[in-house]
Design a protein around this ligand. Structure first.
Ligand code: NAG
Ligand code: NAG
Length: 200
């Protein structure tokens, strides 16, 4: 279907379900071809993908990726963090069947904005020191089982806006100050001046 990338617009919306139906031949190849297009900058994929291509097949020109209901079998961060020019990543609703995502040191070198919404399986988020050094905006909404902010977030010194909404008390109480007492994860919030918004 995508023989060459010449005619592709810079931004593409794909229905992931179409890419991933078992009947469709070369499903991964099509996704791989798309993600490998040197002209492609923004990609929104709605629906089941199952598996991302290896990062070596992903074009370094892709800077913005939004995934909705991808139902991936593996932690997408392991692949996506290796993209050198990524600046926006949105993961919305049932992206990953597992309970833990891991962002390793030096991963996501250019990522500026990360959005995590309605990831119902997600319980743990590990972030190593040095991951996402350029992250400036982080939004976490409706991740009902996520237990806490990752410890590595305290090293993300560029973080300027943190928005947290509709999260369980177990999560929010750890980053609040109650009666002058800081919650146990309060030190995971960056220490320099920044905007921190808790929406109930
Ligand atoms: C952050 O982004 C700027 C501008 O793109 C880049 O020059 C810098 O190397 C990045 N910082 C890190 C730590 O990668
Ligand atoms: C959130 O995820 C659940 C499944 O985990 C889904 O049923 C629901 O429609 C999602 N909500 C939105 C607003 O997408």
């Amino acid at each position: 279907m995508v023989k060459h990338c010449g005619g592709l617009p810079l931004a593409v919306v794909v229905l992931g379900g179409l890419l991933a139906t078992k009947e469709a031949l070369n499903e991964l190849t099509l996704l791989t071809q798309l993600l490998g297009c040197p002209e492609l900058h923004k990609l929104l994929i709605k629906g089941t993908i199952g598996k991302l291509p290896e990062h070596t097949h992903l074009s370094s020109s892709v800077t913005q990726l939004s995934l909705y209901r991808s139902e991936l079998e593996e932690d997408p961060m392991a692949t996506l963090e290796k993209l050198p020019n990524f600046n926006l990543l949105e993961l919305v609703t049932d992206i990953f069947a597992g309970e833990e995502i891991v962002c390793s040191a030096k991963g996501f070198p250019q990522l500026k904005r990360l959005v995590l919404i309605n990831l119902s399986n997600l319980q743990k988020w590990r972030m190593d020191k040095g991951a996402m050094p350029n992250l400036s905006t982080l939004t976490i909404f409706s991740c009902a089982r996520l237990q806490r902010l990752p410890e590595g977030l305290k090293f993300v010194t560029n973080l300027q806006v943190l928005t947290i909404g509709n999260m369980p008390n177990e999560f929010t109480e750890k980053i609040r100050i109650v009666d002058g007492k800081e919650g146990e994860d309060f030190d995971r919030l960056p220490t320099h001046p920044f905007h921190h918004l808790l929406v109930k």
